[in-house]
Design a protein around this ligand. Structure first.
Ligand code: SF4
Length: 224
Protein backbone atom coordinates (compact mmCIF):
# COMPACT_ATOMS: atom_id res chain seq x y z
CA UNK A 1 0.00 0.00 0.00
CA UNK A 2 1.45 3.35 -1.02
CA UNK A 3 2.22 5.52 2.00
CA UNK A 4 2.50 8.92 0.35
CA UNK A 5 -1.02 10.28 0.25
CA UNK A 6 -2.68 13.67 0.24
CA UNK A 7 -6.12 15.05 0.96
CA UNK A 8 -7.44 17.13 -1.89
CA UNK A 9 -10.71 18.74 -2.83
CA UNK A 10 -10.31 18.64 -6.59
CA UNK A 11 -8.05 18.87 -9.62
CA UNK A 12 -8.86 21.58 -12.12
CA UNK A 13 -7.31 21.35 -15.55
CA UNK A 14 -7.08 24.46 -17.68
CA UNK A 15 -6.69 27.44 -15.37
CA UNK A 16 -5.24 30.55 -17.01
CA UNK A 17 -5.21 32.63 -13.83
CA UNK A 18 -3.01 30.63 -11.44
CA UNK A 19 0.39 31.37 -12.94
CA UNK A 20 2.03 31.42 -16.37
CA UNK A 21 0.29 29.56 -19.24
CA UNK A 22 -2.42 26.95 -18.92
CA UNK A 23 -2.13 25.11 -15.64
CA UNK A 24 -3.42 22.09 -13.82
CA UNK A 25 -4.40 23.23 -10.32
CA UNK A 26 -4.48 20.87 -7.33
CA UNK A 27 -6.74 22.12 -4.54
CA UNK A 28 -5.49 20.64 -1.28
CA UNK A 29 -7.84 20.53 1.68
CA UNK A 30 -7.07 22.03 5.07
CA UNK A 31 -6.24 25.65 5.77
CA UNK A 32 -4.66 27.45 8.72
CA UNK A 33 -6.61 30.65 7.98
CA UNK A 34 -10.27 31.56 7.61
CA UNK A 35 -10.21 34.61 5.35
CA UNK A 36 -13.62 36.28 5.11
CA UNK A 37 -13.27 36.69 1.33
CA UNK A 38 -12.09 33.09 0.71
CA UNK A 39 -13.21 31.72 -2.66
CA UNK A 40 -12.63 28.13 -1.63
CA UNK A 41 -14.31 27.55 1.75
CA UNK A 42 -14.98 23.95 0.64
CA UNK A 43 -11.23 23.31 1.14
CA UNK A 44 -11.27 24.24 4.84
CA UNK A 45 -12.19 20.73 5.88
CA UNK A 46 -9.44 18.44 7.14
CA UNK A 47 -11.08 15.56 5.27
CA UNK A 48 -11.15 15.78 1.50
CA UNK A 49 -10.52 13.02 -1.04
CA UNK A 50 -7.53 10.84 -0.28
CA UNK A 51 -5.24 10.38 -3.27
CA UNK A 52 -1.92 8.61 -3.60
CA UNK A 53 1.15 10.20 -5.11
CA UNK A 54 1.27 7.74 -8.01
CA UNK A 55 -2.43 8.25 -8.85
CA UNK A 56 -2.09 12.03 -8.83
CA UNK A 57 1.08 11.98 -10.94
CA UNK A 58 -0.59 9.61 -13.44
CA UNK A 59 -3.59 11.93 -13.64
CA UNK A 60 -1.43 15.03 -14.21
CA UNK A 61 0.63 13.21 -16.86
CA UNK A 62 -2.56 12.75 -18.90
CA UNK A 63 -2.72 16.56 -19.24
CA UNK A 64 0.96 16.92 -20.07
CA UNK A 65 0.63 18.17 -23.66
CA UNK A 66 -2.09 20.56 -22.61
CA UNK A 67 -0.01 22.24 -19.89
CA UNK A 68 3.32 22.18 -21.72
CA UNK A 69 3.58 25.99 -21.76
CA UNK A 70 2.33 26.30 -18.20
CA UNK A 71 2.57 23.66 -15.52
CA UNK A 72 1.04 22.64 -12.23
CA UNK A 73 -0.09 24.94 -9.43
CA UNK A 74 -0.47 23.62 -5.89
CA UNK A 75 -3.29 25.54 -4.26
CA UNK A 76 -6.02 25.03 -1.72
CA UNK A 77 -6.51 25.39 1.11
CA UNK A 78 -2.91 25.73 2.21
CA UNK A 79 -0.52 23.34 0.41
CA UNK A 80 2.27 23.88 2.97
CA UNK A 81 0.13 21.98 5.50
CA UNK A 82 0.86 18.86 3.39
CA UNK A 83 4.48 19.72 2.77
CA UNK A 84 5.85 16.18 2.67
CA UNK A 85 3.44 15.13 -0.07
CA UNK A 86 4.07 18.35 -2.01
CA UNK A 87 7.82 17.71 -1.99
CA UNK A 88 7.40 14.19 -3.33
CA UNK A 89 4.92 15.42 -5.94
CA UNK A 90 7.28 18.14 -7.16
CA UNK A 91 10.19 15.67 -7.42
CA UNK A 92 8.03 13.30 -9.46
CA UNK A 93 6.73 16.07 -11.74
CA UNK A 94 10.22 17.45 -12.30
CA UNK A 95 11.20 14.04 -13.64
CA UNK A 96 8.49 14.63 -16.25
CA UNK A 97 9.81 18.16 -16.93
CA UNK A 98 6.66 19.69 -15.50
CA UNK A 99 7.17 22.91 -13.55
CA UNK A 100 5.32 23.47 -10.29
CA UNK A 101 4.43 26.65 -8.46
CA UNK A 102 2.70 26.98 -5.10
CA UNK A 103 -0.05 29.36 -4.00
CA UNK A 104 0.27 30.07 -0.30
CA UNK A 105 -0.60 32.42 2.53
CA UNK A 106 3.06 32.31 3.64
CA UNK A 107 2.44 31.32 7.26
CA UNK A 108 4.41 28.07 7.09
CA UNK A 109 8.04 28.46 6.16
CA UNK A 110 9.25 25.05 4.96
CA UNK A 111 12.58 25.91 3.37
CA UNK A 112 12.95 22.58 1.59
CA UNK A 113 9.60 22.97 -0.12
CA UNK A 114 10.39 26.57 -1.07
CA UNK A 115 13.68 25.37 -2.54
CA UNK A 116 12.06 22.60 -4.57
CA UNK A 117 9.27 24.54 -6.27
CA UNK A 118 9.66 26.69 -9.39
CA UNK A 119 7.90 29.74 -8.02
CA UNK A 120 5.64 31.03 -5.30
CA UNK A 121 2.40 32.99 -5.46
CA UNK A 122 2.16 34.61 -2.07
CA UNK A 123 -1.17 36.19 -1.23
CA UNK A 124 -0.72 38.88 1.38
CA UNK A 125 -3.58 38.92 3.87
CA UNK A 126 -3.86 42.45 5.25
CA UNK A 127 -7.62 42.96 5.07
CA UNK A 128 -8.45 42.89 8.75
CA UNK A 129 -5.10 42.98 10.50
CA UNK A 130 -1.44 43.70 9.96
CA UNK A 131 0.56 41.27 7.85
CA UNK A 132 1.57 38.33 10.06
CA UNK A 133 5.26 38.34 11.07
CA UNK A 134 5.59 34.73 9.86
CA UNK A 135 5.14 36.02 6.31
CA UNK A 136 8.41 37.91 6.67
CA UNK A 137 10.24 34.73 7.72
CA UNK A 138 8.74 33.09 4.65
CA UNK A 139 9.91 35.92 2.41
CA UNK A 140 13.38 35.86 3.99
CA UNK A 141 13.65 32.21 2.92
CA UNK A 142 12.42 33.01 -0.61
CA UNK A 143 14.95 35.83 -0.81
CA UNK A 144 17.82 33.62 0.39
CA UNK A 145 16.93 31.07 -2.29
CA UNK A 146 16.27 33.72 -4.94
CA UNK A 147 12.87 32.14 -5.60
CA UNK A 148 10.60 33.86 -8.14
CA UNK A 149 7.77 35.30 -6.06
CA UNK A 150 4.53 36.75 -7.36
CA UNK A 151 2.87 38.72 -4.60
CA UNK A 152 -0.89 39.08 -4.77
CA UNK A 153 -3.40 40.93 -2.61
CA UNK A 154 -7.19 40.80 -2.66
CA UNK A 155 -8.33 44.41 -2.75
CA UNK A 156 -11.56 44.92 -0.83
CA UNK A 157 -13.03 48.42 -1.29
CA UNK A 158 -13.04 50.48 1.94
CA UNK A 159 -11.25 47.71 3.84
CA UNK A 160 -7.67 47.51 2.59
CA UNK A 161 -7.45 50.16 -0.10
CA UNK A 162 -6.37 52.92 2.28
CA UNK A 163 -3.09 54.70 1.60
CA UNK A 164 -1.65 53.31 4.82
CA UNK A 165 -2.38 49.69 3.82
CA UNK A 166 -1.14 50.26 0.28
CA UNK A 167 2.10 51.82 1.52
CA UNK A 168 2.68 48.83 3.80
CA UNK A 169 2.41 46.57 0.73
CA UNK A 170 4.79 48.80 -1.17
CA UNK A 171 7.41 48.59 1.57
CA UNK A 172 7.22 44.77 1.46
CA UNK A 173 7.73 44.76 -2.29
CA UNK A 174 10.64 47.18 -2.02
CA UNK A 175 12.33 45.19 0.72
CA UNK A 176 12.40 41.88 -1.19
CA UNK A 177 13.96 41.75 -4.64
CA UNK A 178 12.69 38.15 -5.02
CA UNK A 179 9.19 39.65 -5.48
CA UNK A 180 9.31 39.95 -9.24
CA UNK A 181 5.59 40.51 -9.83
CA UNK A 182 2.78 42.12 -7.92
CA UNK A 183 -0.93 41.78 -8.69
CA UNK A 184 -4.03 43.11 -7.03
CA UNK A 185 -6.98 40.76 -7.26
CA UNK A 186 -10.39 42.39 -7.20
CA UNK A 187 -12.66 41.17 -4.40
CA UNK A 188 -15.48 39.11 -5.92
CA UNK A 189 -18.64 37.57 -4.52
CA UNK A 190 -18.92 34.64 -6.95
CA UNK A 191 -18.22 32.31 -4.05
CA UNK A 192 -21.39 33.34 -2.18
CA UNK A 193 -23.28 30.27 -3.38
CA UNK A 194 -20.54 28.00 -1.99
CA UNK A 195 -21.06 29.48 1.49
CA UNK A 196 -24.80 28.96 1.14
CA UNK A 197 -24.23 25.30 0.14
CA UNK A 198 -21.95 24.79 3.14
CA UNK A 199 -24.50 26.48 5.36
CA UNK A 200 -21.95 29.09 6.44
CA UNK A 201 -22.46 32.86 6.51
CA UNK A 202 -20.40 34.76 3.92
CA UNK A 203 -18.44 37.17 6.16
CA UNK A 204 -17.74 39.75 3.43
CA UNK A 205 -21.28 40.02 2.15
CA UNK A 206 -21.42 43.64 3.29
CA UNK A 207 -18.52 44.76 1.07
CA UNK A 208 -18.84 45.93 -2.51
CA UNK A 209 -17.03 44.00 -5.22
CA UNK A 210 -13.78 45.60 -6.42
CA UNK A 211 -13.86 47.21 -9.86
CA UNK A 212 -11.20 47.76 -12.51
CA UNK A 213 -11.16 51.42 -11.45
CA UNK A 214 -10.41 50.40 -7.83
CA UNK A 215 -7.44 48.34 -9.00
CA UNK A 216 -6.17 51.11 -11.27
CA UNK A 217 -6.36 53.59 -8.44
CA UNK A 218 -4.39 51.28 -6.16
CA UNK A 219 -1.73 50.59 -8.82
CA UNK A 220 -1.53 54.31 -9.45
CA UNK A 221 -1.03 55.19 -5.81
CA UNK A 222 1.75 52.66 -5.55
CA UNK A 223 3.27 53.39 -8.95
CA UNK A 224 3.69 49.65 -9.57
S1 SF4 B 1 -5.56 31.25 3.13
FE1 SF4 B 1 -6.53 31.00 1.12
S2 SF4 B 1 -7.67 29.07 1.26
FE2 SF4 B 1 -7.15 29.69 3.35
S3 SF4 B 1 -8.95 30.82 4.07
FE3 SF4 B 1 -7.52 32.33 3.22
S4 SF4 B 1 -8.10 32.60 1.06
FE4 SF4 B 1 -9.08 30.69 1.82
Amino acid sequence: MEKCKARIDSVYNGSAVDGKGLRCVIFFTGCNMRCGFCHNPETWTEKGIEISLSDLVARIKRYKSYIKNGGVTLSGGEPFLQAHFCKELIKALHQENISVIIETNGLICDEELIELCDGIRLDIKNQEREVDKKVFDFLDACQAKDKFVTMTNVLVPTLNDTLEKLNALKSIKEKYSCIKEFKFLAFRKLCESKYARLNKPFPYEKYEEGTRADLDRAYDLLKF
